[in-house]
Structure formats: C-alpha cells, structure tokens
Design a protein around this ligand. Structure first.
Ligand code: PLP
Length: 389
C-alpha cells in the first residue's frame, strides 16, 4: 500500500525504534510476571518495572508512588472521575468541566450524571479559553472536582492551568487535568504541583499503544477509589498483571520526549508556522485558536465554501489529517470543540486538524501546502455558492 504523508500525530504516533528495542527482551527472554516472587523470571520483570517507574518519576520530578499504570488516558479519566465521585459523593455531587474536553471526559461526565452527578460544563471564548471568573463563580461547596485539559487535541489551545489551579486551591477543590497532549510538547516543570490528578498516554509520544499512567498526588490519593480490583498490584489501586514491555517502552518514550523537548518544540513550531503561513494564503481560510497559546505542532484551519467530508476523502490519498468531527451512522456532527468556540456548523464541518511530529520535514510541509491549496480550489470550483459569494 502506498501510504499518504502522515500529519495526524495528535491521533497517534509511530513507536520510536529505540522504544521498540527497549521493549523486545520483555516479550521473549525476560517474559516473567512481575508478581512471581519465587523465581528469577519474576524478579527480572519486577526490577524492570521498578527501574521504569524510578526513571519516569525522576524525569517528571514526582514520587514513584504517584504513578498508577493504566491502559491509557481513557482508563485514567474513567478511574479518576468515577473514583472521586463515588468516594466523595457523601460530600457533594458537582463535577466541573469544560465543553471542549476530549470525549473521554465528556462521556464519563454524562455517565456519572446518570449516577446523580451534577455536571457543569464551562463555556470557552472564541479563542478556546475558559473564563477564570466563571470558573471561580461556578465552584461551590458542592463541587467535588474540577476537570480541565491542559492542551486541546483538536486546536492545540493551552488552558491557563496555573491560574486554574490557584482558584481550585483557594476554593479547596480537587483538580484533574487531562495532559495527554501536553507531555513531550510543553515542559511540565511545575505542572505536578498544580494538579491533584492527571493522565498520560504513551502512544501520543512515540511509545506503545495500550499503556499510560495516572498521576495521583500522594495527599490526594485518599479521594480515589481502587481502579480495578484483583491481584493487589499497584498497591491495590489497579489490579492485573503488569504489562512489563509496555511500561519499559513508555519510560523510554518519556525519556526521549523530555530529552528532545526544547529542540523539537522550536523545530515543530517553525514548521507549523510555515504551514500556517502557506495555508493562510488560501482565500477565506481561518485559523482556529490562533490568538491563544497553542501546541507547537497543531494547526486547526477552516475553509469557507468547502465540504469537509469531501475534502478529507480527496486528501486521504495523499495526506493523513483529521477533522475532529464525530461521525455516526445517521449524521455527521461538527466538532464539539469548534462549536463551543462559536464556530458555525458549516464552517466547523469544513475544518482540518493538521498535527506534525518528529518525522515531519520541511519538504512534507511544502507538499502539504500544495496539495491542500489545490484540493480546496478544486472543491470550490464545483460549488456554485463560491462563485456567488
Ligand atoms: N485525552 C486526549 C486529550 C487525547 O488526545 C486522547 C487521545 O485521543 C485521549 C484523552 C484518550 O487517550 P487514550 O487513547 O490513551 O485512551
């Protein structure tokens, strides 16, 4: 198969070869179960997990006991929001979140509403940012937890998490942040002092799929329930056999991500800016979230008078990008992130999310500009409204 140019790194990333190499022994020679205490196979696996945990904790400057391995961010979001709600519901029932969160958060909130949670969905402005005063006003004695993602997966917009954390601390409310897209793209120097809980996923940072971790601050762990019962692993917080190769691979991926962060950030923002400049030359193109602090690798751009589905279908032969809209069998829905930002249905539907990564080159960017410009013009040529505008 002739693969198109990959520009969808926010969806997932290829595993780095060094990550794969670090994992390989744990599939074959060192295949033991880390919970087998009575022979060297188990000891070797246990040591590998301990080394990986120590490595991750020192890279992120957190305590080893603040790491709970999960299958990825969706599981972590479920575990934190359901865990806190069910553990603390005698104290209140409000969960505060934002309309532009990832569906994993929104769907868990909707699920918890059926269990009696009162969920407040904060608005964002046209730049994708929440209003800090509205947040402060919305927190009440009834609020159990505030859940705000750090960086948006569709627009790349970065929420002012330090200020959000300050408000939560003043109001004595727990703060959870989905930082899936932030790891490896934004320095997380002070992040862990701001939040009580956070989630991460290895496949967004050139690690394997099906592994991630929940950060749970030591002093906030009493507000959590056990994620999965059985086997007693991870201090009974999340039972089940440790996925040794995946944990080792994730540690390697985090190491590479953090080690290369500054240089990659400069390189990617330069490429993203070139792409943005090139595509902005297309008439009636709008960059979404442009005025906000954004992830260095993400461009979200809408084209008037273009059918987004047709555009994506036509592009798919040459470039792999996404639009963030959710399709179900009956209807195509515009992205909830863009509609929350006040972007109309039609324009939201004719939007591309282009996300760059470590294998993206300047040549790829020039090629992407040419292909997209040509395809948008082609779509418009067959749209009567374009001529009549
Ligand atoms: N949150 C954000 C911001 C994401 O981008 C993703 C991935 O799509 C998720 C959560 C879900 O992560 P996972 O694939 O690890 O379940």
């Amino acid at each position: 198969m002739n693969y198109p140019l990959y520009l969808d790194y926010n969806a997932t990333t290829p595993c780095d070869q060094d990550v794969v190499d670090s994992m390989l022994p744990y599939f074959t020679v060192d295949f033991g179960n880390a919970s087998s205490e009575h022979h060297p196979y188990g000891w070797v696996a246990k040591e590998a997990i301990e080394d990986a945990t120590l490595h991750i904790s020192s890279l992120l400057k957190i305590d080893e006991k603040e790491i709970i391995y999960t299958s990825g961010s969706t599981e972590s979001i479920n575990a934190v929001l359901k865990g806190v709600y069910r553990k603390l519901k005698h104290k209140g029932n409000q969960i505060l979140t934002v309309k532009t969160e990832h569906k994993a958060t929104l769907d868990v909130c909707e699920y918890l509403q059926e269990e009696g949670a009162d969920v407040t969905y904060l608005d964002v402005d046209g730049n994708g940012l929440i209003d800090l005063n509205a947040l402060a006003l919305a927190i009440s004695d009834n609020t159990l937890i505030v859940s705000v993602m750090y960086a948006n997966n569709e627009t790349g917009v970065i929420q002012p998490l330090e200020a959000i954390a300050k408000i939560c601390k003043q109001k004595n409310t727990l703060l959870f942040s989905d930082a899936t897209q932030a790891l490896g793209k934004i320095p997380l120097n002070n992040f862990f002092s701001w939040v009580d809980f956070a989630c991460f996923s290895a496949h967004k940072i050139y690690g394997p799929k099906g592994i991630g971790f929940t950060f749970a601050k030591l002093e906030s762990q009493a507000s959590l329930q056990s994620f999965i019962q059985g086997g007693g692993q991870q201090r009974k917080l999340r039972g089940g056999t440790y996925n040794t190769p995946a944990i080792v691979g994730m540690a390697k991926a985090i190491n590479l991500g953090i080690y290369n962060l500054e240089a990659e950030r400069d390189r990617l923002s330069n490429l993203r800016n070139q792409l943005e400049k090139g595509l902005s030359l297309i008439e009636e193109a709008t960059i979404n979230g442009k005025k906000s602090d954004r992830l260095c690798n993400t461009l979200n751009i809408s084209f008037e008078y273009v059918d987004g589905q047709q555009l994506l279908a036509a592009l798919s032969r040459n470039i792999a990008v996404s639009n963030g809209s959710a399709c179900n069998s009956a209807a195509i829905n515009p992205s909830h992130v863009l509609t929350a930002m006040g972007i109309g249905r039609n324009l939201a539907l004719s939007t591309l999310r282009i996300s760059l990564g470590k294998y993206t080159t300047e040549e790829d960017i020039q090629q992407a500009i040419l292909i997209i410009t040509k395809e948008v013009a082609k779509q418009r040529a067959s749209n009567l409204l374009w001529d009549r505008r």
